[in-house]
Design a protein around this ligand. Structure first.
Ligand code: ATP
Ligand code: MG
Length: 419
C-alpha cells in the first residue's frame, strides 16, 4: 500500500506550493512593470520554463495516481468487494455506512491521503457526512493518537476568530486577561478540522494562508512565532471556486487547501442507498431507545425512497429515530414531521392509525402482533432456549433467530435467573 508514500507526497506538496508561489511572483513582477527590456524578458522566460517543467512533472504524478486508481476500479468487481478490501486493509471507517460507488471512492481516496500530511478539502451539502470523513482521515493517519480539533469557522464572530485560531497574549485586547493558546496550538501534532471554511472572512483567510505557508503562528498581540504542526482538513458546502471568482475567497488559499478534494454526493443522488440506510439507522434507534425493530408501512417506505432529503443523511437519521420513537408497531405517514408530511395525514391519528391504513397493512399489523405474542410465550416456555423453540415450532433455527430479531426479542431475557 501507499502507506509509506509520505516522501512522494511531500515532493508533490512542495512542488505544488512552489508553483503557485512562482506564478504569484511573476504576476506581481508583471503587474508593476510598464515596459520590459530583453534581459527582463529572458529572465521571465526562464521562470516560465521552470514553472512549466514543474507543472508537467506534477501532472505526470497526478496522471499516475489517477491511473492506478482507475486500474484498481477495473480490477475490483463490485462495490461490496471494494468495501471488504478496505476492511481487510484495516482501514477504519466505523459509523460510515452506505454502498454507493461514489462513497466507496471517497473512502478509497481518504485511505490514500490519510497517512500523508497533505491538506484535504471535503465538499458536500449539509448532513452528507463531511465531519465523519474528517474523523476517518484523522483515525487512519499516523496522528490518530494526537488531538483532532474542530473549528466551526461560521460560528465564531469575526473579531474573535484570530484569537480563537491562533491564541492571544495577555492585554492584546479588552478582555484578554491571560495568555491563551489557540486551536492551532491545541491541534499541534494532530489534525485541525476547519469546518465551514467558506464562512471564514477574508482577514482570517490571509492569516490562515500564512500558517499553511510557514507552519508558524503568532498569538494575537505577540511578535513571537510559534511552530505548529497541524494537518489541515477543511470542509465546505459552498462552491469555493465561485467564491474565488466573486472575490470572497482567496484563490491562493483555495489552491493550498484543495490539493486533495473529496466530494460527498447528496443522498438524493444515491437513492439506492436509502433502504439500507433506513435499516441501519432503525437498528441503531432500536438499540439506543430500547425499542422493538421499526416496521414501516409500504406507503411510508415508498415516500422515504422518493423524498429529496435537503438535510441529507442527518435528516434521514433524525427521521428514522423520530419514527422509531413515535410509532407503536408500524410507522406510517402520520408519524412524519408536519413540514414534510403529505396533506391529510395528522400526527394525532396515532391511536386510530389502522383507520388510515389499507386492508393489507391492517392485516400485516395484526399478523405481526400475533406472531410477536406467540414467540414471546413460546420462548418463555422454553426458558430462552432458541434451539428448543425451533424444534417445538418445527422451524429452522436460523429463521427463528431472524423472527426474534425482527421483533426485538432477546433470548437471554427469557432465560431463568441464575441462583
Ligand atoms: N455514510 C454515513 N453512514 C452513517 N451515518 C452517516 C453517514 N454520513 C453521515 N452520517 C451521519 O449523519 C449525520 C451528519 O453527518 P456529519 O455531521 O458528518 O455531516 P456534515 O456534512 O458535517 O453536515 P453539516 O454540513 O450540516 O455540518 C451524523 O449523525 C453522521 O453520523
Ligand atoms: Mg459538519
Amino acid at each position: 500500500m501507499a502507506r509509506g508514500g509520505k516522501t512522494k507526497a511531500e515532493d508533490d506538496s512542495v512542488s505544488f506550493a512552489s508553483l503557485i508561489e512562482k506564478i504569484e511572483i511573476m504576476r506581481s513582477a508583471l503587474r508593476w512593470t510598464e515596459t520590459l527590456d530583453r534581459r527582463q524578458i529572458e529572465k521571465l522566460l526562464g521562470q516560465v520554463s521552470t514553472v512549466r517543467e514543474q507543472a508537467m512533472k506534477l501532472s505526470h504524478t497526478n496522471r499516475f495516481v489517477n491511473a492506478s486508481l482507475a486500474d484498481k476500479g477495473r480490477k475490483k468487481s463490485s462495490v461490496a468487494q471494494r468495501r471488504r478490501e478496505l476492511l481487510e486493509r484495516n482501514f477504519q471507517f466505523d459509523g460510515v455506512f452506505g454502498d454507493s460507488p461514489r462513497l466507496i471512492e471517497a473512502l478509497e481516496v481518504a485511505e490514500r491521503v490519510a497517512p500523508t500530511f497533505l491538506p484535504v478539502l471535503v465538499y458536500g451539502e449539509s448532513g452528507t457526512g463531511k465531519e465523519l470523513i474528517a474523523k476517518v482521515l484523522h483515525a487512519n493517519g499516523d496522528r490518530s493518537e494526537e488531538p483532532l480539533v474542530t473549528v466551526n469557522c461560521g460560528a465564531i464572530p469575526d473579531n474573535l476568530l484570530e484569537s480563537e485560531l491562533f491564541g492571544h497574549k495577555k492585554g492584546a485586547f479588552t478582555g484578554a486577561t491571560h495568555d491563551r493558546a489557540g486551536r492551532f496550538e491545541a491541534a499541534n501534532g494532530g489534525t485541525i478540522f476547519l469546518d465551514e471554511i467558506g464562512e471564514l472572512p477574508l482577514t482570517g483567510q490571509v492569516k490562515l494562508l500564512r500558517v499553511l505557508q510557514s507552519n508558524e503562528i503568532q498569538r494575537v498581540g505577540s511578535d513571537t512565532a510559534i511552530k505548529v504542526d497541524a494537518r489541515v482538513v477543511a470542509a465546505t458546502n459552498r462552491n469555493l471556486l465561485e467564491m474565488c471568482k466573486e472575490g470572497t475567497f482567496r484563490e491562493d488559499l483555495y489552491y493550498r487547501l484543495s490539493i486533495i478534494e473529496i466530494a460527498i454526493p447528496p443522498l438524493r443522488e444515491r437513492r439506492d442507498e436509502i433502504p439500507l440506510l433506513i435499516e441501519f439507522f432503525a437498528d441503531e434507534a432500536a438499540e439506543q431507545l430500547d425499542l422493538p425493530p421499526l416496521n414501516l408501512s409500504r406507503r411510508l417506505q415508498s415516500f422515504l425512497n422518493r423524498y429529496d432529503y435537503p438535510g441529507n443523511i442527518r435528516e434521514l437519521r433524525n427521521l428514522v429515530f423520530r419514527l422509531a420513537c413515535l410509532a407503536e408497531s408500524t410507522a406510517d405517514l402520520q408519524h412524519l414531521p408536519e413540514y414534510i408530511r403529505p396533506q391529510g395525514h395528522h400526527a394525532d391519528d396515532n391511536g386510530t392509525a389502522a383507520a388510515d391504513m389499507n386492508l393489507v397493512e391492517v392485516k400485516r399489523l395484526a399478523s405481526d402482533n400475533a406472531e410477536r405474542r406467540f414467540l414471546e410465550n413460546a420462548l418463555a416456555d422454553e426458558g430462552g432456549n432458541v434451539t428448543a423453540l425451533a424444534k417445538r415450532i418445527d422451524m429452522n433455527r436460523a429463521h427463528v433467530q431472524t423472527l426474534l430479531k425482527k421483533h426485538g426479542l432477546k433470548s437471554k431475557d427469557f432465560k431463568p435467573a441464575k441462583s
